[in-house]
Design a protein around this ligand. Structure first.
Ligand SMILES: Cc1cc2nc3c(=O)[nH]c(=O)nc-3n(C[C@H](O)[C@H](O)[C@H](O)COP(=O)(O)O)c2cc1C
Length: 422
């Protein structure tokens, strides 16, 4: 036993097990969490008890398994509410398609769904199912809903499934799930006390009352960054351009759907921000004039004059050190990523730049995944694979928080306490 060491020591964790063939892996998971000093309670759906006996978990945890929503605990309290309130984290592993659907719909018919619904603790969901079930639009919609709730997904893996076929849907291995739980506690609070501003989404530059020039940005990367910063304790302001996802709960949202509105909001927010992440895809050009009336069809060609938009990142980069936040930009490039990102970092006075590829097989725009490289003045800092955007966000915050602290520590001993350039 490792009790007393590491981020899980003394944490109350509820593991919710549902009726998947992978329920046997929850046995290893519970054991590993216990070995790391967590106090683990297990809740099971009725279907789960047909795969693994509650006695197995009870022997490991020395605590009763809750598989009945009507059960009272030793003090005659409603057991699922007691567990929901006591939990520091809830881990649903394996999570069946059915469980995910119930949670997304707010259906609370058993002990596992009742605990997850009643608790305000973070919820980690590790799905396990047949590939057909996983890729079904209903499951994907339900998973997206859970993400919107702020649930953390431990993605299923590709491998041999219960059917004997190979595909996506296999439960992540217990060490991967344990790592997600540890990450939650290791990182919780590392942005506490900081005001983080994130810009996200695309802009629409009006041509007339109904038409605009826009881009394909979904805002998913910025939303993931805002959500992850919130979970790590930051006060978060999201300056939202046009987004195809719902902004996370618990962050202040300021809508800014044109480049000029975005500029105004960013310049107003920046002096009060400790860290500013400019993930929005702001149009570089806008029509010189927006027609007050709808432009009518005619046989003639239509010439639209475009004028450059303000360079918002560069303006923040030029702010005096006393008010300039730690500044992170994004570079979306279709070619020469490294050279273009390095130039942008230098020219715009950024602390870090996140380079991602647009177009081609690694296209970042609109996708749920992203492959990014982070550059600082000394060159590329990362070599990350393609990852879900939430995981990219976590990794980015690990790096940003570290660099931010370093820059602040390095400058606190010098003259200006707000000077944060690295
Ligand atoms: C042998 C067997 C294996 C199953 N494995 C899975 C699975 O991995 N994932 C899943 O979503 N459903 C699986 N199911 C179906 C679920 O058990 C079924 O949908 C059940 O109603 C889930 O209930 P629960 O979500 O309340 O646990 C399996 C069923 C059987 C008979």
């Amino acid at each position: 036993m490792n009790e007393g060491l590491g981020p899980l020591a003394g944490r109350r964790i509820v593991v919710g097990v549902s009726g998947s063939i992978a329920a046997y892996k929850a046995v290893s998971l519970v054991r590993m969490l216990g070995d790391r000093g967590a106090v683990v309670d297990v809740a099971m759906t009725a279907a789960a008890t047909r795969f693994v006996g509650p006695l197995t978990f009870e022997s490991l945890t020395h605590r009763p398994v809750l598989d009945d929503v009507f059960e009272l605990d030793a003090e005659q309290q409603i057991a699922h509410i007691e567990l929901a309130e006591a939990a520091d984290a809830i881990v649903l592993a394996p999570a069946t398609a059915n469980l995910i659907g119930e949670l997304a719909a707010g259906l609370v018919g058993d002990a596992v769904t009742a605990i997850a619904c009643a608790s305000r603790a973070p919820v980690i969901v590790a799905p396990a199912m047949d590939a057909g079930m996983w890729t079904h639009p209903a499951t994907q919609r339900n998973v997206a809903t859970l993400r919107d709730f702020g649930y953390i997904l431990v993605e299923p893996e590709v491998g041999e499934l219960a059917s004997g076929l190979t595909g996506i849907g296999r439960l992540a291995e217990p060490p991967t799930i344990v790592a997600a739980v540890e990450h939650l506690f290791a990182r919780a609070g590392d942005l506490e006390g900081l005001h983080v501003v994130v810009s996200a989404g695309g802009t629409r530059e009006p041509l007339d009352p109904v038409r605009f020039i826009g881009n394909r940005s979904s805002g998913k990367m910025g939303a993931a960054l805002a959500e992850a910063a919130r979970d790590r304790g930051a006060a978060v302001t999201l300056i939202a351009g046009v987004m195809s996802v719902t902004p996370p709960r618990g962050v202040t949202v300021i809508e800014a759907t044109t480049a000029h509105a975005m500029r105004e909001s960013v310049l107003r927010a920046a002096p009060n921000a400790d860290i500013l992440v400019m993930a929005a895809a702001v149009a570089d050009f806008a029509p010189a004039r927006a027609s007050q009336r709808k432009i009518k069809r005619s046989g003639d060609t239509l010439q639209i004059e475009l004028v450059p938009n303000p360079d918002i990142v560069a303006e923040v980069g030029e702010m005096p050190d006393e008010v300039r936040p730690f500044l992170i930009g994004f570079a979306a490039e279709s070619n020469d990523l490294e050279a273009n990102a390095a130039a942008k970092l230098r020219d715009k006075g950024l602390d870090l730049i996140v380079g991602n590829v647009v177009g081609g097989p690694f296209d970042a725009i609109g996708s749920d995944e992203n492959k990014v490289t982070v550059f600082a003045a000394e060159g590329a800092l990362t070599d990350w694979p393609m990852l879900p955007k939430r995981q990219v966000a976590e990794r980015l915050w690990d790096l940003i928080a570290d660099r931010y602290r370093h820059s602040r520590g390095a400058t606190e001993s010098t003259t200006s306490p707000r000077r944060r350039r690295s």
